[in-house]
Design a protein around this ligand. Structure first.
Ligand code: WT7
Length: 655
């Protein structure tokens, strides 16, 4: 256990700063710093001002009920429907013929849906779901790739007041079954298969396997995406196209209580069974609507592309609810960003003249590895703003994004948030904030974030500590499905029941910029020095010979923990004693000798989840000589075994 005075040491310094370009500031939705003060003075009035911009069938009586923390209620007494705010409202305001989605399949097929068409599809499917017996309050599970039927199904649930439970399409049947059982979901929406990386991926058999594990399984709806003939189980399965046949173009939307559940989203914690994060309707819509408008600086004529998968919270908040409540035109892409060529993503950005692009540091590093010549083949001058999310972005990747993709004149919004927070929490406002590569900068107006120590005291500038949120916010998770106690224990017991513990380490510099140091469980304790694995990784990647790095803490008889680095080399660099010496010297210069890895293991690949997160736990297991356990949720399940051999070979040499 860390002692009460322990802080996380923060060593990396980044001096480059970028002010919003004047031309950007001129046109920005918000360019006046006064918004921070206005929100601070009257947070409830400020959030109510955002909520008023949505359509309610009955106005709320109270903005916030925080009398029984940590159980918050927002917009108490209000009635609202999410699908109406994403669809009907825009159609009524004359945007019916505006494109909602430009969809592109991996083989190159395309489909465009206007807001009117999207509403029609949503209503037909909603009627179909009703026909299958789905009622208000039920949970419907989706196990789909990036096809338009996914947002359609989610909005159809919202229309009739059922909660959706989207499971990432690449997850194992076992995880689907587990999640369906946990939330007692009886209906699954899936597909026959899809295209990814030039292959067809079969999905129906996997869905069948999932269904077999579900106690109360009832119905399966199957989207036809491939040409082949998937086998349907009579009485249980129905094709999507048959289900919607002859259904009405418009059905009434259920007036939902602001606090009714909109959806569930399971996240895997480091231990234990997945947590069912519960998001409700009024507050979640308000938070995602507001942040989309201000952080992405969205305009009526914008084309927006979020490269994330809808199977993650990023897609829920910033493909479905945030952009659609704002009436945006979006690009949605089914496949791999490097298929058939390494410039596919940039070809798409050029084709649809994308203005706002949102992606993850891991993707940016991937593009970086392919080389700058790929974006250079395309005219990316339509881009106005870039965003990142998911993990701390190392300054090298930030600069590459800034130069090669943004052509040096697009602000970058590095958005810190979580499945639990539902919306951006720490992020630049692109027309206001001076950005610094690697920092998510400042809390969004109305968000009270702070860096606390074990006792709940704020630590000084430059000192590391635990990232906390001290006031409720509209799109906060309301509980964990069926696990109120675990909800309190996980997020609200570190200090008092009114302070949210995010699980991340962070520091704040003198200018008030937040630097996320990664999950607390990614923090090392080397001879009593708490070091962020991310900082060591960033230093390694900052050296020209390293393309990617993952650092973990291995137990060490002398130091408590010692850093072990797994690195992928840039093409052209060579493994060997020289390399190790250079890298050790580099880390000594960047951070200090305390951060020098005990071992530097050169590997061909890192164990990543399908969403691109490095599974450090597996690397720890390798260092500790533990059994590797289940690796099926990895993008490539064979990688850990390969790394294990390389680690053991390396360790034998140093011993
Ligand atoms: C964790 C949340 C939020 C959507 C995707 C991930 C890390 C997220 C950043 C950022 C540094 C970040 C944090 C956070 N994270 N964004 N901009 N800078 N770290 O959602 O799976 O719930 O993960 O991702 O560690 O706690 P998630």
């Amino acid at each position: 256990m860390p002692d009460s005075s322990a802080t996380i040491e923060a060593h990396l310094k980044e001096a480059r700063t970028f002010e919003p370009p004047e031309a950007f500031r001129q046109q920005a939705n918000v360019s006046d710093e006064g918004v921070y003060e206005r929100a601070r003075k009257d947070p409830e009035g400020y959030w109510a001002w955002w909520a008023e911009q949505l359509e309610w069938s009955k106005k709320w009586e109270r903005v916030l009920d925080w009398t029984d923390p940590p159980f918050a209620k927002w917009f108490v007494g209000g009635k609202i429907n999410a699908s109406v705010n994403c669809l009907d409202r825009h159609i009524r305001e004359g945007r019916g013929d505006k494109v909602a989605f430009h969809w592109e399949g991996e083989p190159g097929d395309t489909r465009t849906l206007t807001y009117s068409e999207l509403k029609r599809e949503v209503c037909r499917f909603a009627a179909g779901l009703k026909g299958l017996g789905v009622k208000k309050g039920d949970r419907v599970t989706m196990y789909l790739p990036m096809v338009l039927e996914l947002p359609i199904a989610m909005l159809a649930c919202a229309r009739i007041g059922a909660a959706h439970n989207v499971v990432f399409g690449g997850f194992s049947p076992k995880s689907v079954g587990e999640r369906m059982n946990d939330c007692e979901s009886r209906v699954l929406v899936t597909c026959d298969g899809y295209y990814r990386g030039g292959k067809t991926i079969e999905q129906k058999g996997r869905a069948d396997e999932a269904a077999a594990a579900v106690d109360a399984f009832d119905k399966m709806v199957v989207v036809k995406r491939l040409d082949g003939e998937a086998k349907l189980q009579e009485g249980r399965d129905v094709w999507w196209h048959d289900l919607v046949e002859g259904k009405p173009d418009d059905i009434e939307a259920e007036a939902m209580d602001a606090e009714d559940m909109l959806f569930l989203m399971y996240t895997s914690g480091t231990t234990g069974k997945p947590k069912g994060i519960v998001h409700t309707t009024g507050g979640y819509l308000t938070g995602t609507f507001a942040t989309t408008r201000w952080v992405f600086d969205t305009k009526e004529e914008d084309v927006y592309w979020c490269m994330a998968d809808i199977g993650w919270i990023t897609g829920h908040s910033y493909i479905v609810y945030g952009p659609l409540t704002n009436g945006l035109t979006q690009v949605m892409y089914e496949g791999a960003p490097m298929y058939p060529d390494k410039d596919r993503a940039w070809a798409i950005a050029e084709r649809y003249k994308v203005n706002v692009l949102y992606t993850a540091p891991t993707a940016i590093r991937g593009f970086m590895k392919f080389g700058g010549e790929h974006p250079e083949k395309h005219d990316l001058s339509s881009l106005r703003l870039l965003g990142t999310v998911g993990e701390p972005i190392n300054p090298e990747a930030w600069m590459w994004y800034h130069e090669k993709i943004g052509g040096t004149n697009c602000p970058i919004v590095d958005t810190w948030w979580q499945t639990e927070t539902g919306m951006h929490m720490i992020t630049p406002l692109p027309g206001v904030t001076t950005t610094v590569p690697g920092s998510a900068t400042k809390p969004f107006p109305g968000i009270d974030a702070a860096i606390l120590d074990e006792n709940g005291d704020e630590v000084g500038a430059g000192k590391g500590g635990f990232l906390a949120i001290r006031k409720p916010w509209p799109s906060m998770l309301r509980t964990l499905w069926g696990e109120d106690e675990r909800f309190i224990e996980t997020y609200w017991s570190k200090w008092d029941k009114k302070t949210y513990f995010a699980g991340d380490g962070a520091r704040k510099d003198k200018k008030g910029n937040f630097w996320i140091l990664g999950r607390i469980d990614d923090v090392l304790n080397v001879s009593g020095h708490r070091l962020s694995t991310m900082e060591i990784e960033s230093a390694l990647v900052g050296h020209g010979s390293v393309a990617e790095a993952a650092v973990v803490g291995a137990s060490d008889p002398d130091k408590g923990q010692a850093p072990v680095a797994f690195v992928i080399l840039e093409s052209g660099s060579k493994d060997g004693a020289d390399l190790r010496k250079t890298l050790n010297q580099h880390i000594t210069e960047e951070i200090g000798p305390i951060a020098k890895p005990r071992e530097i293991v050169v590997v061909p690949d890192l164990p990543k989840t399908r969403s691109g997160k490095i599974m450090r736990r597996l690397l720890v297991d390798i260092c500790e000589g533990r059994d590797l356990g289940d690796t099926t949720t990895l993008a490539d399940p064979d990688v850990p075994k390969e790394i294990k051999d390389l680690y053991e070979e390396r360790a034998a040499k140093t011993a």
